[in-house]
Design a protein around this ligand. Structure first.
Ligand SMILES: Nc1ncnc2c1ncn2[C@@H]1O[C@H](COP(=O)(O)OP(=O)(O)OP(=O)(O)O)[C@@H](O)[C@H]1O
Ligand SMILES: O=C(O)c1ccc[n+]([C@@H]2O[C@H](COP(=O)([O-])O)[C@@H](O)[C@H]2O)c1
Length: 190
């Protein structure tokens, strides 16, 4: 089966992530999207990063009603920080029946040449890219293994959501209700 692996910090998951996953499902050859929660992005500082178990629970709460979406904690058992090429090698070895493609936002396409062994990812898997406002242009946009979907820009970020919560403001509609309830119950992002 063709599977879209959607790697992310998901700190927290928001409606932008869900729209991106569904858009890829509807407009590419993938049949499922697997959300891979990364304990630690190698290029990001740890500030305001909630525990990976909590972020994973929030992802599960967000996707529970969509049988095309799955969440995986595979990177929790791997060395940190979380290098995507290593996770892809592990998953390809364990599940050779599947073909994995990467789902990323356009901001990550711009920084993609800084990723570990990015050429291996590009040649062996390929990228499905969702456009993002204020992203730097990338020389990779015309690569044959890079597909940029034509879809509405979403100016939503986890950074904005974390700031709103910290200021005591509601983030209703920016995140699913199930995620909002869990954040409140666990007192996250305060
Ligand atoms: N609004 C968006 N438009 C396009 N891509 C997005 C958007 N939000 C997130 N992504 C992509 O989804 C993946 C996971 O993103 P991530 O969990 O870091 O969310 P984020 O909103 O970018 O978080 P933060 O604000 O904390 O950096 C990345 O590939 C990112 O580029
Ligand atoms: O493998 C790398 O070198 C690498 C460099 C930067 C980011 N990544 C991964 O890209 C994913 C998206 O990161 P983020 O924090 O933008 O959600 C996340 O799973 C990171 O581990 C991976």
């Amino acid at each position: 089966m063709d599977i879209g692996l959607y790697f992310g910090s998901f700190n927290p998951i928001h409606v932008g992530h869900l729209i991106i996953a569904n858009t890829m499902l509807e407009n590419t050859e993938i049949e499922e999207v697997w959300f891979v929660v990364s304990p630690q992005n190698p290029l990001k500082k740890r500030s305001n990063l909630e525990h990976e178990f909590d972020r994973f629970d929030l992802v599960q709460a967000a996707i529970h009603d969509n049988y095309h979406f799955k969440a995986t904690d595979v990177e929790f058992h791997m060395p940190k920080p979380s290098y995507t090429v290593d996770t892809l090698a592990y998953l390809t070895d364990k599940l050779p029946q599947h073909k994995f493609k990467l789902i990323i936002g356009e901001d990550n396409l711009a920084s993609f040449p800084k990723w570990k062994n990015f050429n291996v990812i590009l040649e062996n898997h390929g990228l499905l890219v969702y456009p993002r406002p204020q992203s730097n242009p990338s020389g990779l946009k015309d690569h044959p293994n890079v597909k940029i979907v034509d879809a509405p820009l979403l100016d939503i970020s986890a950074t904005f959501i974390r700031k709103q919560i910290k200021m005591g403001k509601s983030v209703k509609y920016l995140i699913p209700d199930s995620v909002n309830e869990m954040i409140e119950r666990k007192k996250l992002y305060l």
